[in-house]
Design a protein around this ligand. Structure first.
Ligand code: NAP
Length: 334
């Protein structure tokens, strides 16, 4: 009989790739969306009719518990979160409600109604905040320094707490940044590739940035925050494979998933604009309004444990990733 997987947050970049992967593997997939008045869910258009869609909200514990009772899933992937670090400064309480306490609602629902289910919790590199080292492993101390990272640190520690206290098969994926054409426009790589496409294709009405301004100004400029910020960036499609592998292992554990390399925002701009035959320095400017109150230090994800125990390693270079995102946006923004 095929396994059932519950993906909380199937509309996300990761949730939608995970649904693709699990369908390929023969799973029955139940994915949650949030009820809202508009129905604009581009990441899951291709999944309609292939997965079961249910409404649930991490703020509403009963909506999660009901699904655990009804579907008795073999695997639960909690992908949902208030996932935008920059927004966590303006919405710290909401971020704590969803990204931190929401995880306890999931764990409680599993504990009471489907304790046999294996659980994947999306935690984040941001739990390490300002750690002063080059590469992080699972043993690196938690030192989060923004409301999102602190909420994820709580989620991460609660995942371990439910594993150790109640014997749940719960794994925390400490994922470094991962991108794709399905990445939300809130995030810098996608802003860059969308801007490249809008400039190249002379799009009259570009999408809006997080401050509600056109992503590209009429004179063809993209405004970004700190251009020297460095991140470890991988390809989301490969990272969801690591999530699945964690739940197939004999023992539940936390794993760092990254590429153990890093690039700056300026590098991302250079690669993306060059791929469309443009010089980024003519089009990108740093804007103080987009700076974070505190930056996180440079840190790379040492994925040795995942490689040794799960057989997982990243495949796609950062350059290839930016290029495939530019190609997708050139086709999308016409
Ligand atoms: P994403 O595209 O930003 O999507 C976030 C998801 O959470 C969406 O499905 C969203 O639903 C859902 N959501 C938000 N608030 C919710 C609530 N109150 N109740 C239920 N669902 C809610 O996320 P992503 O980039 O794929 O990342 C997936 C997970 O990994 C997130 O937890 C993120 O914090 C974490 N993470 C991501 C990265 C990365 O680089 N991508 C790195 C480390 C960790 P709507 O569609 O309704 O908004």
């Amino acid at each position: 009989m095929s396994k059932t997987a519950l993906i909380i947050g199937v509309t996300s970049q990761d949730g939608s790739y995970l649904a693709d992967l699990l369908l390929e593997k023969g799973y029955r997939v139940v994915g949650t969306i949030r009820r809202n008045t508009t129905y604009d869910k581009p990441n899951i258009q291709h999944l309609i009719g292939k997965i079961t869609i249910e409404a649930a909200d991490l703020i509403d514990g009963e909506s999660i518990a009901r699904l655990l009772r009804q579907y008795q899933p073999d695997e639960v992937y909690n992908i949902a979160a208030q996932s935008v670090p920059a927004d966590s400064w303006s919405h710290p309480i909401y971020t704590g409600e969803v990204t931190a306490l929401g995880v306890v609602r999931v764990m409680e629902a599993v504990r009471h109604f489907a304790p046999q289910a294996r659980v994947y919790q999306a935690t984040s590199r941001e739990i390490y905040g300002n750690v002063q080292s080059i590469a992080a492993t699972e043993a690196t101390p938690i030192d989060a320094n923004n409301p999102y990272g602190i909420a994820k640190a709580y989620a991460h520690m609660m995942t371990r707490c439910y594993r150790e206290s109640y014997g749940l098969f719960a794994c925390g994926g400490i994922l470094f940044n991962h991108e794709s054409p399905r990445r939300s426009l809130h995030f810098v790589t996608r802003k860059i590739t969308a801007a490249v496409a809008c400039i190249k294709n002379k799009v009259a009405h570009p999408p809006l940035d997080e401050l509600g301004r056109p992503l590209v100004t009429p004179d063809g400029k993209l405004k970004l925050g700190y251009l020297d910020a460095r991140r470890d960036w991988g390809y989301a499609k490969e990272y969801v494979e690591a999530m699945w592998l964690m739940l197939q292992n004999d023992t539940p554990k936390d794993y760092v998933i990254g590429t153990n390399s890093s690039y700056s925002v300026a590098d991302a701009c250079r690669i993306a604009f060059a791929h469309a035959g443009l010089d980024w320095q003519n089009h990108v400017a740093s804007d103080e309004a987009l700076l974070r109150p505190t930056e996180i230090t440079v840190l790379q994800g040492d994925y040795s444990l995942a490689e040794k125990e799960l057989g997982w390693r990243p495949q796609t270079s950062f350059e290839a990733l930016m290029q495939l995102m530019v190609e997708a946006d050139l086709a999308l923004f016409k």
